[in-house]
Design a protein around this ligand. Structure first.
Ligand SMILES: NC(=O)c1ccc[n+]([C@@H]2O[C@H](COP(=O)([O-])OP(=O)(O)OC[C@H]3O[C@@H](n4cnc5c(N)ncnc54)[C@H](O)[C@@H]3O)[C@@H](O)[C@H]2O)c1
Length: 360
């Protein structure tokens, strides 16, 4: 088991590098496993990444894999997982599978000498995450989580504005994840396959808030009793967070919105302003920037919905090819899962849970 890292001390909002190093090497040869909804998104995103090349895909559903490969002009459909693992052409494997399969596929790929990019959440439990990080360390290969939202233009711009101190010191963060029941597919509705809305959906704002604000030290959570979605685990929850730098946070998430509005929003209240990213775009009240207290819109020119995935694969490909630092790491994947697990414990016990969790 890995040692729990100490939470960071209170301090300024962390500085992040948004200018990524360029690679001179040939493209990273990637195979993707799981050609479902997100498999298609990764294929589209990777088609715009010159640092990576998809050499093949694999899915238990061979017909679907063939269809996706043809649409994306990918030459190869692997006949089996073993065939993929044994192929020396494959340098990196993208694991785009239901959550309960992440550990097995990630560990086998690492043991076969491949780098791995794994969809969120890294795994449903911390022991699984620990074993996956240990497998990566043992293999000397990179394990990177699909934390695509830290690569979206809106979140990048938020990070930049916070670093520029555009709204002063943040003291309160709020996020919402409002999705509708059709989001929940068969495996997503099962306790191990998907977990609940916290594991499947709220893990996104959790890693985004960690990236923007730093480590979380305390977590409190309640599920409501009025379930509206046919799924085993929670379909709506409210989570309270305390960050190491003293910021208080609140996250509300659900799969049960009947008629909308559907949204994923992140808002910051600060001593001298307000910043919010939502379906309305990026909005700010910042007297320091505008010399007034009006709500201003900051234009975002995001070319398509796969932008965050493209930018992620650019960063991760360069990180692997150049052995360079990446914006997110396996540790970040595990920390996001740790917050979800703390929320589950809090709801179950009625206690506020301190992080890092000492026992798994
Ligand atoms: N980052 C994001 O924004 C985002 C969005 C949606 C889903 N996801 C994540 O992506 C992952 C997959 O979700 P999805 O919505 O694409 O699911 P999906 O059900 O649409 O696709 C899963 C695919 O995996 C295949 N599969 C299942 N078991 C397999 C096995 N043992 N070997 C090979 N293939 C197998 C299925 O045939 C299916 O095609 C999950 O981790 C999910 O949380 C991420």
């Amino acid at each position: 088991m890995l040692t729990r890292r100490q939470a960071t001390v209170p301090g300024p909002i962390p500085v992040h590098c948004t200018r990524l190093p360029r690679a001179d090497s040939p493209p990273l040869r990637v195979a993707l496993v799981g050609m479902g909804r997100i498999g298609r998104v990764h294929l589209q995103a990777l088609s715009a990444v010159k640092e990576a090349q998809v050499v093949g895909v694999y899915d238990l559903n061979t017909e679907l894999a063939r269809e996706r490969a043809e649409a994306a002009s990918v030459k190869r459909v692997f006949a089996s997982w073993q065939e993929l693992l044994k192929d020396p052409e494959v340098q990196c494997v993208g694991i785009l599978l239901p959550h309960d399969l992440h550990e097995q596929y990630v560990s086998e790929a690492l043991d076969a000498g491949k780098h791995v990019v794994c969809e969120k959440p890294l795994a449903p439990t911390l022991p699984e995450c620990d074993r996956m990080l240990a497998a990566a360390a043992r293999a000397g290969k990179k394990l990177l989580p699909v934390h695509n939202r830290v690569y979206s233009l809106g979140v990048e711009k938020m990070s930049e504005l916070l670093r520029q101190d555009a709204i002063g010191e943040v003291f309160l963060a709020q996020t919402t994840g409002f999705e509708a029941p059709p989001t929940v597919q068969t495996w997503l509705a099962t306790p191990r396959g998907g977990g609940g809305v916290l594991m499947s959906q709220a893990v996104h704002p959790m890693y985004v808030l960690r990236w923007l604000l730093g480590d979380v030290t305390r977590v409190s959570c309640l599920f409501g009793d009025r379930k509206v979605v046919d799924m085993t685990a929670e379909d709506h929850a409210v989570v309270l967070l305390k960050f190491a730098n003293g910021v208080a946070g609140e996250m509300t998430c659900t799969f049960g919105i009947a008629h909308g509005p559907l949204d994923h929003s992140i808002a910051f209240h600060a001593r001298d302003g307000y910043l919010e990213l939502s379906r309305k775009g990026l909005q700010i009240i910042a007297p320091r920037m505008y010399s007034d207290t009006e709500l201003h819109e900051i234009p975002l020119v995001e070319t398509d919905s796969t932008f965050g995935f493209t930018h992620l694969w650019e960063d991760y490909s360069r990180g692997i090819l150049n052995e360079a630092p990446t914006r997110q790491t396996a540790e970040d994947g595990m920390r996001a899962v740790e917050i979800v697990q703390a929320a589950y414990r809090s709801n179950a016990t009625g206690q506020t849970i301190n992080l890092p969790l000492e026992t798994h």
